[in-house]
Design a protein around this ligand. Structure first.
Ligand code: HC0
Ligand code: SF4
Length: 579
């Protein structure tokens, strides 16, 4: 152990700890900007590039960055001397001298770590004339890159390279022109970017933000010629409260339905309905492949992999093009919902699909890209027209003067608003697997499951493998969240290291609860754990907890689709992948 004294308070920390670690232990606040660490995700941005955290160390000539300086035994540190304060203020002024001053119209205003620091240090004018560099704006369907605002903290690079293993972003150019960009300074859209949005989740400023579509939603609602239909993803209900000023960990499903009605949507539905539908299709596809495999069919591909996460789909299309026949062909719940809304439900309403506007509220930025894929449209009319993130819905609710916390709990509309407990858990890593196992077990064995909870596949972050008994079959299952973890599982499959039967992958660490469009959690992993619990509680509180028990899903098959994997179901609910 190392002894250290900070601002007159003494403590001991293990060797290898930084001054910042010791300060946290002592409850001494040291401001940081570039630094961010999330051990559970293996995310560690310790570039020490911003120098906001400098401190004075006795017997050392230079100030030291607290985030990257290891504690030495007997160290004496001061965090608030005039020398330290002046150095931090100069650093901040230099940074602001090369930063746009358009906070009034910046997407990150109110949530910007640089703005917060300027306020904390009482900066009222920038006394340094900087050479403001300008960079073109890069707009993808999911993300806007405004590199004028980049402060070179490198958090996005760490996320994209170390956690997601996509390798899209790295530092380019020198001096004032230095930015973080794709190779050859290509647009994100032209790279192997998966649109996961995890870079926006860690960007401290407005350099990487979602492509905001809130005004498109307002326009659609105000258009008297349009019928607006909204769907909400499983993970949104676990975090929307945070975007509306409530404490993390509160389930706001009923308030969310009420808010969407107050916003003026004509039909307030739930992606959870389509999650149940996905289980019917994906579960049946799995049982079909498993039976063929057991019958000795050499052409059948196992494991089956979930295909509901569009960041993951883009990842395997780019990185594993030799394995495009492995994932399930089932569309994601978002796209199944759009396809059913604009066929089955448009027919019930007696309107043409062009009159309907389907809006999704998602925890995810890749969903914005997913709905723009040409295969998810009929004669150019998309199945899902507009996707907004949880953060954007929070903004809309505030913009429309809705006092969210005081709203009553309301139900979704029928028929596309009904779901079982198997659906909300889709938002947790391991949830799609659990939902699929509940249904596959009962369809395969014809018996009632003794207990619906499959604890063995529940995991907050990382990789989990388990053996699950389904009737006479022992299934090897794998679950991964975060694309770096997905890569590990896929390489095991490709190398033939392990025979899996089913694999669930979600691109974002923790699953959709940690999606790139969720309220910023600033590295606080407890917030993710609370969101995770909200969804399991919602499942536990439902009377029906298996997708095949959803009465409206049963009705949809009886009246419209026939049975899972029917020709009509294939036409509306399945897709294919591209190299
Ligand atoms: Fe998800 Fe989904 S669970 S990807 O994470 O399957 O975004 O929440 O909506 O589509 O249902 C996101 C969340 C969804 C889809 C569902 C799946
Ligand atoms: Fe990398 Fe994901 Fe950001 Fe694309 S969206 S640049 S893949 S972190």
């Amino acid at each position: 152990m190392m002894n250290i004294t900070i601002d007159g308070k003494a403590t001991q920390v293990p060797a290898g700890s930084t001054i910042l670690d010791a300060a946290k232990k002592l409850d001494v606040h040291i401001p940081t900007l570039c630094f961010l660490q999330m051990d559970e995700m293996k995310f560690n941005n310790m570039t020490a590039s911003c120098r906001i955290c400098v401190v004075e160390v006795e017997k050392r000539r230079n100030l030291a960055p607290a985030c990257a300086t290891p504690v030495m035994d007997g160290m004496v540190v001061k965090t608030n001397t005039i020398r330290v304060l002046n150095a931090r203020r100069s650093v901040l002024e230099l940074m602001l001298s090369d930063h746009p001053k358009d906070c009034l119209v910046c997407a990150k205003s109110g949530d910007c770590e640089l703005q917060n620091l300027a306020e904390y240090f009482g900066i009222r004018e920038v006394g340094v004339a900087g050479a403001m560099s300008t960079y073109r704006e890069d707009v993808s369907p999911s993300i806007i890159r405004d590199m004028d605002k980049c402060i070179l903290c490198r958090r996005c690079e760490t996320m994209c390279n170390d956690v997601q293993t996509c390798g899209v972003l790295s530092g380019v150019n020198r001096g004032f022109d230095a930015v973080v960009a794709p190779a050859f300074e290509m647009n994100l859209y032209d790279t192997v970017c998966t649109n996961c949005g995890q870079c926006t989740a860690v960007c401290p400023v407005g350099a990487l933000v979602e492509n905001d579509h809130t005004w498109k939603v307002i326009d659609a609602i105000a258009d008297p010629e349009k019928v607006t239909v909204v769907q909400t993803a499983p993970a949104v209900r676990a975090a929307l409260g945070e975007a509306c000023g409530m404490e993390p960990g509160q389930s706001v499903t009923g308030k969310m339905a009420a808010a969407l009605r107050r916003l003026g949507f004509d039909h307030v539905f739930d992606t959870d309905f389509a999650a149940d539908l996905t289980i019917m299709e994906e579960g049946s596809e799995f049982l079909d492949r498993l039976q063929k495999f057991l019958d000795g069919d050499k052409n059948v591909r196992l494991p089956i992999m979930t295909s509901c996460c569009p960041g993951w789909v883009k990842f395997f299309e780019h990185q594993f093009p030799d394995m495009l026949d492995v994932p399930s062909t089932a569309k994601s719940p978002q796209q199944m919902f759009g396809a059913i809304a604009k066929s089955y439900y448009a027919e019930i309403l007696g309107i043409p699909r062009e009159k309907m506007v389907v809006v999704s509220v998602m925890p995810c930025l890749a969903k914005k890209y997913e709905c723009s894929r040409p295969e998810f449209a009929v004669n150019g009319n998309p199945d899902v027209d507009i996707v907004i993130s949880t953060r954007e819905l929070g903004r809309l609710i505030k913009r429309m003067n809705i006092d969210f916390a005081k709203l009553p709990d309301e139900d979704f509309d029928a028929p596309l608003g009904a779901s079982t407990g198997a659906a909300p858990i889709f938002g947790n890593s391991g949830g799609v697997m659990e939902a699929a196992l509940r249904t596959a077990y009962e369809l395969a064995t014809g018996e009632t499951l003794p207990a619906v909870e499959f604890e063995a596949v529940r995991t907050l972050t990382g990789v989990k493998t388990a053996e699950i008994q389904v009737g006479p079959h022992t299934l090897n299952v794998g679950v991964a969240s975060g694309l770096g973890n997905a890569r590990k599982l896929l390489e095991m499959v490709r190398n033939g290291e392990k025979q899996f039967h089913v694999i669930e992958i979600m691109a974002c660490p923790g699953g959709c609860i940690g999606g790139g469009g969720q309220p910023y959690h600033h590295g606080d992993m407890e917030i993710l754990a609370k969101r995770n619990q909200v969804l399991y509680n919602e499942d536990a509180g439902k009377e029906l907890r298996k997708s095949h028990e959803n009465p409206y899903i049963i009705e949809l098959y009886e009246k419209y689709l026939g049975k899972p994997l029917s020709e009509k179901a294939h036409h509306l609910l399945h897709t294919h992948y591209f190299k």
